[in-house]
Ligand binder design. Structure first.
Ligand SMILES: Cc1cc2nc3c(=O)[nH]c(=O)nc-3n(C[C@H](O)[C@H](O)[C@H](O)COP(=O)(O)O)c2cc1C
Length: 272
């Protein structure tokens, strides 16, 4: 395979990164020792300022987490600035064991409309951002075996073909609206304004400031949220002293409901 391999992802808590980079590594292993991988990690705001252009010589694995059953809406503007010019793409979504709903079809559509030829797609499961028990530690070893096999299939498809038919993936068109959490009275709630709190264990190491994908944590006082919070939970899961937490009643109810209702293990789905 005579193409540049590119791994491109948004990954606040690392599950999307794990799957996307593993696919890239396995493709590179198949392609031989000279196949270098270029990384485009657009998790932090600074990386989403410049448009990126690929060419026919590229194969790009593009991964995003599923937020509310869709591609995270805060990424849409940026994703539309990434141009394919005939590059091959593999669309990847990671979801927290509830459902990926229309996220994979949406990501595939975005890539096609940006001039990519999407040759494969996959929905994988990652530990839920909100929880430490829902899909705990996934993607795990079993998932990673499927990831490796998926990459081998992609390699064979790319090397054996020069023309590719349009890829069909699961999902609806028009896309369903964003999944809405419910409160304890089973009423829809809007948790977009909910922000994390900080307890006295905070040592002001500012790790949270540096990992927030929205740049929304104050550098002087990390207990202050100065912008949009997307509830990605990077600050909560990466805090070395467990100082960040959510206290909002509706958010906590929603988290618990997800943990109870969506505990049976789901398996990855691939389309090739
Ligand atoms: C705001 C938000 C909404 C989410 N919505 C869904 C969802 O609709 N379905 C689901 O199964 N997981 C959902 N998740 C969980 C993430 O998709 C999942 O944990 C993913 O693995 C996180 O990727 P990352 O580790 O690369 O950040 C949501 C997470 C967040 C932060």
């Amino acid at each position: 395979m005579n193409k540049q391999i590119n791994a491109m992802y948004f990954s606040a808590t690392g599950t999307t990164k794990k799957v996307v980079t593993s696919i890239a590594n396995q493709l590179s292993l198949n392609a031989g020792k000279d196949a270098q991988i270029k990384i485009f990690d657009f998790t932090l705001p600074a990386f989403r300022r410049e448009p990126i252009t690929f060419t026919k010589e590229d194969v790009v694995i593009v991964g995003v987490p599923v937020y509310a059953g869709r591609v995270p809406n805060i990424l849409l503007k940026y994703l539309h600035t990434v141009t394919g010019n005939g590059a091959l793409a593999i669309a990847v979504v990671l979801y927290g064991n509830r459902n990926y709903d229309d996220a994979l079809i949406e990501l595939t559509d975005i890539l096609v409309s940006n001039g990519f030829k999407v040759v494969a797609a996959g929905a994988f499961i990652g530990e839920h951002s909100f929880s430490k028990i829902l899909a705990q530690n996934r993607p795990d070893e079993k998932d990673m075996t499927i990831v490796k096999d998926f990459a081998d299939q992609i390699y064979r498809k790319i090397t054996n073909n020069s023309k590719f038919e349009d890829l069909l993936v699961n999902g609806n068109r028009p896309y369903k609206s964003y999944y809405t959490p419910k409160n304890k009275n089973n009423e829809p709630v809007d948790i977009r304004k909910v922000t994390p709190r900080t307890n006295t264990d905070c040592i002001k190491c500012k790790l949270c400031v540096n990992v927030c994908p929205m740049g929304s944590i104050d550098n002087e006082d990390p207990s202050k949220i100065i912008g949009i919070c997307i509830k990605c939970c990077a600050c909560i899961k990466k805090c070395p002293t467990n100082a960040k937490y959510f206290a909002d009643e509706d958010y906590l109810w929603h988290k618990q409901e997800l943990e109870i209702n969506f505990s049976p293990r789901r398996e990855p789905e691939i389309f090739i």
